[in-house]
Ligand binder design. Structure first.
Ligand SMILES: Cc1cc2nc3c(=O)[nH]c(=O)nc-3n(C[C@H](O)[C@H](O)[C@H](O)COP(=O)(O)OP(=O)(O)OC[C@H]3O[C@@H](n4cnc5c(N)ncnc54)[C@H](O)[C@@H]3O)c2cc1C
Length: 388
């Protein structure tokens, strides 16, 4: 049975960041990674952005970690935390001293449509969508993934139709006037929109797909992509009796309820004073920083994870960076240099800044972090000057 000092389950950005951090602190400790996908670790964000706009596919590969034994295409299926052993789907058992669960998330699926719908998450999904015949693509959902992939496909010359339950794109995140502007931008860029609609069924007819809409209408397409959000992939942890609650629960040092088992990235629910409780974050900066922190902790450099992650998105020529809680239900104060092109939106709760949206404004993440971490009431009149 292979036996390793460090074993990482999950070959995503978190698992990779952890492995790299372990290697920095412990150049010789034996280190292995079980990765369900067939590929070596790669960056996901370009899949819904640059790769459609001419960026080289080879740019996604993450730097190899020296001495890492990568078992790609292997899924861990059972875990015995008392024995410090796990088994994979090829029937092999692995022994570890320290284990990281970086199993990320699985896309939510529709109850119909089967393989005709691409749930856009992996490099294999990118390949499938890129190689699909025909120009017409229907995108279900207008969250982060739906809106990004729709914009990228439209820029790549596809005829894109979006179907989503909200009244506008980003309705739950941006203040109403910004969501309206974003929605207008999609229309102006040629994306056909079906707001306030659910997809209720899917039929294949002569090579094309027909989506039935809740209003009774229909959308015909050659390919269908869905971005309906993800659920934390806690299956392995739950079967092993590790405490989970819509994510694997970890303490401030990213330890799970089982001895010598850590969790990080999209799958982990961690205590964040700045974000106000136990949260799960599904963004790159958290995957990288938390993966790194977990790797360091496993290699003996423990300390609380206090990082307040930022996140970002690109939609046509619009883009942003953001920190904290972006929830359109909070009170918002917008300060525009150029309306809807460059400015800051502050999200307030109890008079304190809970989130900051840096719209078309880059290099101000630290200032935004300081505001959110301050957690002190801020005078509304001072806000426009808070981030120059
Ligand atoms: C298309 C796309 C675009 C994105 N764009 C942005 C962006 O612009 N900005 C931003 O901040 N964030 C973005 N994100 C989010 C960011 O990429 C994720 O937060 C990050 O990749 C999460 O990494 P992870 O390793 O925690 O989880 P995952 O990426 O989900 O990786 C987990 C891996 O573990 C594997 N696995 C699961 N269970 C097992 C098991 N039992 N055994 C072995 N392997 C297992 C899975 O197959 C998967 O490969 C984007 C995500 C996607 C999909």
């Amino acid at each position: 049975m292979p036996s390793h000092r460090y074993l990482v389950v999950g070959g995503g950005m978190t698992g990779h960041a952890a492995a790299a951090a372990i290697r920095e602190l412990d150049p010789r400790g034996s280190l292995a990674m079980l990765a369900a996908e067939p590929d070596r670790p790669y960056a996901r964000p370009p899949l819904s952005k640059g790769l459609w706009l001419g960026k080289e596919e080879s740019s996604v590969w993450l730097a190899p970690v020296p001495g890492l034994e990568l078992a790609a295409g292997r899924r861990a299926v059972s875990l015995d935390t008392a024995a410090h052993e796990l088994a994979d789907d090829a029937g092999e058992s692995w022994r570890y001293e320290k284990l990281l669960l970086a199993t990320g998330g699985r896309p939510r699926r529709l109850p119909f449509g089967g393989d005709r719908v691409v749930y856009f998450r992996t490099l294999a999904d990118f390949h499938r969508l890129r190689s699909s015949a025909g120009r017409r693509v229907a995108v279900i959902g207008a969250g982060f993934i739906g809106s990004e992939i729709a914009a990228a496909l439209a820029q790549a010359g596809k005829a894109v139709t979006m179907i989503f339950p909200e009244g506008s794109i980003g309705e739950r995140v941006y203040p109403a006037e910004l969501a309206d502007f974003v929605t207008r931008t999609f229309r102006e860029r040629g994306v056909a929109l079906h707001p306030r609609e659910m997809v209720t069924g899917l039929e294949e007819r002569g090579g094309e797909v027909r989506l039935r809409l809740s209003s009774g209408g229909e959308v015909a397409a050659d390919a269908v992509v869905a971005g309906l959000g993800i659920e934390a992939d806690t299956a392995l942890a739950e079967r092993a009796g590790i405490r989970c609650d819509r994510g694997i629960l970890v303490d401030a040092e990213l330890r799970t309820s089982a001895p010598d088992v850590w969790a990080a990235g999209d799958v982990a629910r961690f205590p964040s004073p700045a974000l106000g409780g136990a949260v799960r974050v599904e963004h790159e900066d958290n995957a990288l920083a938390q993966g790194r922190a977990a790797g360091r902790a496993m290699a003996g450099a423990a300390g609380p994870y206090r990082h307040l992650p930022f996140f970002y998105s690109d939609l046509f020529d619009l883009g942003y960076e953001a920190v904290g809680r972006l929830d359109a239900r909070l009170e918002t104060v917008a300060s525009w240099k150029t309306p809807f092109r460059e400015g800051v939106v502050y999200y307030l709760e109890g008079g304190a800044v809970r989130g900051v949206l840096l719209w078309g404004l880059f290099g101000q993440v630290e200032a935004a972090r300081a505001l959110v971490e301050g957690r002190r009431p801020v005078a509304r009149a001072d806000l426009p000057r808070a981030i120059p």
